[in-house]
Ligand binder design. Structure first.
Ligand SMILES: NC(=O)c1ccc[n+]([C@@H]2O[C@H](COP(=O)([O-])OP(=O)(O)OC[C@H]3O[C@@H](n4cnc5c(N)ncnc54)[C@H](OP(=O)(O)O)[C@@H]3O)[C@@H](O)[C@H]2O)c1
Length: 209
C-alpha cells in the first residue's frame, strides 16, 4: 500500500483530504504541530512536527507527499516567508532525500505570474511562485495545484482548469480541491503538471484520467 505524508493536515483542505485518501486505500501519515486536532480521525498515523523546525522525521518510508500548509491570512509576511516558501522548500529537499515519487503542492491562482495583477497579496504570490519553481527544478515528480479563491461549499466534484474571465467565478470549494488531491494520488497520473482549479462543469475523474 502506498504511504502519503500530508503536511498541513489540520487545515481546512488537509482535514477534508485525510478521510478521502484513506477511503482511496492510501495509507496516510499526518504531520501536525498540534496532534490533538486530529484526535477524532481514526486509521491514520500522526506525527508531531513544526514546519518552522526540522521535520524530516516525518518523511521516513513515504512514497508521496501532499503539502497543503499555509501561513493563513491572519499572519504577517514573516510567516508567509517561513511557511509558504521556506517550509515548502524544506519539504521538497526532504522529499528528494527520501526518494519520494510524487509531491503534490497546493499553491494558488496567480502564482504563475505575481506581476500580472496589482495585488495586495503579491508577497504571498511570490512565495508560492518561488516554492513552485523550487519543486519543479528539484527532480521530484510533482503536481502543482493552483486553486482560485477557496470556499467552504460542499463541492460538486465538477471543476475546470481554465481560469474564468469573471473574477467572481475564480473560486473552488476546498472539498473539491481535496477530491483533486485524492484523484491525483490514487491514479498516480498528472506528474509534472500544473493545474489551476476552479468550480466548473467537468467531472474530476474526466479531467484527471
Ligand atoms: N484562502 C484562499 O482563498 C486560498 C486560495 C488559493 C490557495 N490557498 C492555499 O491553500 C492552502 C490550504 O488552504 P487551507 O484553507 O486548507 O489552509 P489552512 O486551513 O489555513 O491550513 C493551514 C495548515 O498549515 C498548518 N501550519 C501552518 N504553520 C505551521 C507550522 N509552523 N507547523 C505545522 N503546520 C503548520 C496549519 O496547522 P495548524 O492547524 O496547527 O495551524 C494548518 O494545518 C494554503 O497553502 C493556502 O495558501 C488559499
Amino acid at each position: 500500500m502506498s504511504k502519503t505524508l500530508v503536511i498541513g493536515s489540520t487545515g481546512n483542505i488537509g482535514l477534508l483530504s485525510l478521510p478521502m485518501l484513506k477511503d482511496a486505500g492510501i495509507e496516510v501519515t499526518a504531520l501536525a504541530r498540534s496532534p490533538d486536532k486530529l484526535a477524532g480521525i481514526q486509521g491514520i498515523n500522526v506525527i508531531e512536527g513544526d514546519l518552522e523546525n526540522d521535520f524530516e522525521h516525518a518523511f521516513k518510508d513515504c512514497d508521496s507527499v501532499v503539502f497543503t500548509a499555509g501561513s493563513g491570512a491572519s499572519t504577517g509576511p514573516d510567516k508567509t516567508l517561513l511557511i509558504d516558501l521556506w517550509a515548502a522548500c524544506k519539504a521538497v529537499d526532504y522529499a528528494r532525500k527520501h526518494h519520494v515519487k510524487h509531491f503534490v503542492i497546493v499553491s494558488s491562482r496567480g502564482a504563475d505570474n505575481p506581476d500580472a495583477l496589482p495585488s495586495a497579496i503579491k508577497p504571498y504570490l511570490v512565495a508560492k511562485h518561488m516554492a513552485d519553481e523550487y519543486l519543479k527544478r528539484s527532480g521530484v515528480p510533482y503536481t502543482i495545484l493552483r486553486p482560485g479563491r477557496l470556499t467552504d461549499d460542499s463541492g460538486t466534484g465538477q471543476i475546470t482548469v481554465r481560469r474564468p474571465e469573471n473574477s467572481d467565478d475564480q473560486c473552488i470549494a476546498r472539498a473539491d480541491v481535496a477530491k483533486v488531491i485524492t484523484r491525483v494520488l490514487s491514479t498516480g497520473q498528472s506528474k509534472n503538471v500544473v493545474y489551476e482549479l476552479y468550480k466548473g462543469e467537468t467531472a474530476i475523474a474526466d479531467l484527471i484520467a
